[in-house]
Design a protein around this ligand. Structure first.
Ligand SMILES: Cc1ncc(COP(=O)(O)O)c(C=O)c1O
Length: 453
């Protein structure tokens, strides 16, 4: 019988996260304080994050120990399986081996708890009583709701309105884990009220929801804010995915030619890829591909520029690929990929050509998602379908070139709470939206005056 899964024992779980800042070949442009134009210091971030996370954000230590209480929680679902997609390989009929890390086995169904548990833990140590956050598709909000409950912290989630309406079961999951989830833009914050007065029918965006969550965090007692992607410490917590994958592949004597992940704010892509980027920096021949929606093509069509992470301009200015902080993407079903910016780490690696990026439209991604479900069984999250689209493209190229290729990708989550999006696809209601150039130009006007990285 051919092996399909490579499993690690609980005792083989990695005990450290990998911090790529220790190996960056060129320096990254620092986050800037918007008022002074100077790099932000730890004290600037202290109102919204606990100091332990701020230290991780700026740390240049290569390996950071994972505290025991976090490992204990990780063991509820980690190490996650590394699977070989033999049925999908047969369907593609190309000279490829396809391996995927199944992050859909976590309780909320995605990679998000890898950082949620860590962030809740460090907040607990710092005496935080309440954490506020935003969520797109609801994966992050539900992961943080679970993690906050594990450590006895209240959780408030601002969920992008379009996803709140498309995915009611996510709100119910959050409530089951004891959190309070409201649609964003909401009337509960000045940032939300401002958007609603200008655009009463706003579908919301991650940029708007971030503004609301930060505002509530800084105006509530003993409260902090938590971000589910983008930042350095979040990407670092996710490296457990790639580190496990390296151990699993080593067990079967395999090393990938290509590593693929979808990128919204960049965290699951960072998680699978950064340990391999390290190898690439040290001379390995490997291609690393981030994928995104063509209706929110941050890495493929945005400039590398300083911009805010949110619409109300509450975050520091980050050097990243961006479509402009007031860009509101089309209401596509991959809610977790509807973000105007991108992790500064991933942006820097893309600028330095250590990774590449591709964009796919919604129909292309559901085409391959349904094929995946009909061969491998598991129904992927709409975000994950963007990664599968690149797997299919790479397989097609391997066939054209007649060259064998080993592909590893991150199956970032399941789509069981996203079934209305499959329903829309199967009944022909989805559109292959491409973002018009004028809309990018319009949105970028808002950042013209910012310093250039
Ligand atoms: C299943 C899934 N994959 C990918 C993403 C994209 O986020 P990130 O780029 O931070 O991994 C999300 C975000 O909600 C998600 O839920």
């Amino acid at each position: 019988m051919e092996e399909t899964k490579v499993l690690l024992k609980d005792s083989e779980i990695p005990r450290q996260w990998y911090n790529i800042l220790a190996d960056m070949p060129t320096p990254m442009a620092p986050p800037l304080h918007p008022a002074t134009g100077k790099p932000v210091g730890p004290q600037d971030l202290a109102p919204i994050f606990p100091m332990a996370l701020i230290e991780q954000e700026v740390s240049s230590e290569r390996w950071i120990d994972i505290p025991e209480p976090i490992l204990e929680k990780y063991l509820l679902w980690r190490p996650s399986p590394l699977c070989r997609a033999r049925n999908f390989e047969k369907l593609l009929d190309a000279p490829v081996e396809i391996y995927y890390k199944n992050e859909g086995v976590s309780p909320p169904g995605s990679h998000k708890p890898n950082t949620a548990v860590a962030q809740a833990y460090y907040n607990k140590l710092a005496g935080t009583k309440k954490i506020c956050t935003e969520t797109g598709a609801g994966q992050w909000g539900s992961a943080l709701s679970m993690a906050c409950h594990m450590f006895g912290i209240e959780c408030k989630v601002f969920m992008v309105r379009v996803s709140f309406e498309q995915k009611p079961y996510r709100r119910m999951m959050m409530a089951t884990w004891g959190a309070n989830c409201v649609p964003s833009p909401s009337t509960e914050t000045a940032a939300g009220r401002k958007v609603l007065s200008d655009h009463p029918d706003s579908p919301g965006s991650l940029g708007i929801a971030i503004s609301e969550a930060i505002e509530e965090a800084v105006t509530s007692k003993n409260a902090k804010y938590s971000l589910g992607s983008v930042l350095n410490h979040v990407c670092m917590h996710q490296t457990i995915i790639g580190l496990e994958a390296q151990k699993q592949l080593a067990k079967i004597g395999v090393y990938p030619d290509v590593v693929i992940g979808c990128a919204g704010g960049g965290s699951n892509f960072a998680g699978i890829s950064l340990p391999f980027v390290r190898d690439k920096i040290h001379g390995k021949q490997i291609r690393i591909i981030a994928t995104e929606p063509s209706s929110c093509p941050t890495l493929t069509r945005g400039p590398f520029a300083y911009d805010f992470g949110d619409i109300a301009q509450m975050t520091p200015l980050l050097a990243m690929y961006t479509l402009g902080h007031d860009f509101v993407p089309e209401a596509i079903h991959a809610g977790g990929l509807r973000y105007h910016g991108m992790s500064p780490i991933i942006s820097h690696l893309c600028k330095e050509k250590l990774i590449e990026a591709r964009a796919y439209n919604q129909i292309e991604t559901f085409d391959v998602g349904v094929k995946w479900a009909r061969t491998e069984g598991f129904i992927p999250a709409p975000e994950t379908n963007h990664a599968i689209a690149a797997v299919v493209e790479e397989a097609r190229r391997a066939k054209e070139e007649g060259k064998k290729k080993i592909i590893l990708f991150n199956w970032s989550g399941h789509g069981l709470i996203d079934l209305p999006s499959y329903d829309a696809y199967l009944s022909g209601k989805l559109e292959a939206h491409e973002l018009p150039e004028e809309e990018i130009k319009r949105a970028l006007k808002a950042i013209e005056k910012f310093p250039k990285p």
